[in-house]
Write a protein that binds this ligand. Sequence first.
Ligand SMILES: Cc1cc2nc3c(=O)[nH]c(=O)nc-3n(C[C@H](O)[C@H](O)[C@H](O)COP(=O)(O)OP(=O)(O)OC[C@H]3O[C@@H](n4cnc5c(N)ncnc54)[C@H](O)[C@@H]3O)c2cc1C
Length: 305
Amino acid sequence: MDLDDAFKNKLAELLTSDQIIFNAPMCEQTTFKIGGAADVLIFPSSIAEVAAVIKLANAFKVHYTILGNGSNVLVLDKGIRGAVIKFSDKFFGKIRVDGEKIIADAGATLKSVSNFAAENSLSGLEFAVGIPGSIGGAIYMNAGAYGGEMKNIVAKVTAISPAGEIVSFNADELNLGYRQSIFQQNGCVICEVELNLTHGNFDEIKSQMADFTYRRESKQPLEFPSAGSTFKRPQGYFAGTLIDKTGLKGLKVGGAMVSEKHAGFVVNAGNATAADVLNLIEEVRRRVMEVHGVTLTPEVRIIGE
Ligand SMILES: Cc1cc2nc3c(=O)[nH]c(=O)nc-3n(C[C@H](O)[C@H](O)[C@H](O)COP(=O)(O)OP(=O)(O)OC[C@H]3O[C@@H](n4cnc5c(N)ncnc54)[C@H](O)[C@@H]3O)c2cc1C
């Protein structure tokens, strides 16, 4: 889509030039290293800028897509029309502590926030150290691992509504469930996250984090680009075990492959296109249904065209 010149000019008045990239390849913004270009990629650096950009997009009827660290998305090969508003650690990643609370900007990575918690001897976020996402994306997905999930520690979220207004949500208003949150329905954009942690022992927190990191590195195919677990956990099963039992480890379509190390991961084994990944996902779903009668649903969010 050709963006309106007036929209581009207004954007340039709101932000600095390093916060705006036109025709930005999304393969550079996703952990899958896949995806065509977005018409414009925007890096806001404050909640006021997020509100202003959303109001501007509304005024010019420019569609916008929200991106965190890009670790749970598959961007399609023709890219994303309109604007991508990216919450990055660099521009939107401040973290502060207040007693047993941590308040983080949505772009702060889970790695930075969990390390910050550890440095302040605060416990509760150890599970998240190896999840390669932003704290905003982690709330949106209710990310979890090793028995922990965001649901257990989030106290409050400040967001921008689709109309561009500041709104806040208490924990009980977030509808957090397995890979579920209210933000998947209400279109609000998460800007700040407040976490309730508890004072703990620095050495114990660090050693728990090291143990989780070791377990992750030994089980997951981190040597290949991916978006983590491709499918949600079907009730009563593990997606990876079902796929493995169906004999699909190593199955390839183009550059996309079911990991040999962990069957729950589709990896980019070399120059995979989004079409390769989608075709492989369909083939895996078809064969698992045929052999086990179980429906697999992608956890990865598919965006773009
Ligand atoms: C190697 C690997 C291992 C992984 N392990 C785990 C794991 O153990 N547990 C787990 O739960 N996940 C895991 N994941 C998946 C992923 O890291 C999480 O889902 C993470 O929380 C996504 O955050 P993100 O910032 O990358 O979100 P993105 O991928 O950028 O976005 C995901 C969705 O969230 C929305 N979104 C992002 N930020 C915001 C915001 N600020 N406001 C509103 N919407 C927003 C996007 O629009 C999109 O729909 C793994 C991924 C990889 C690559």
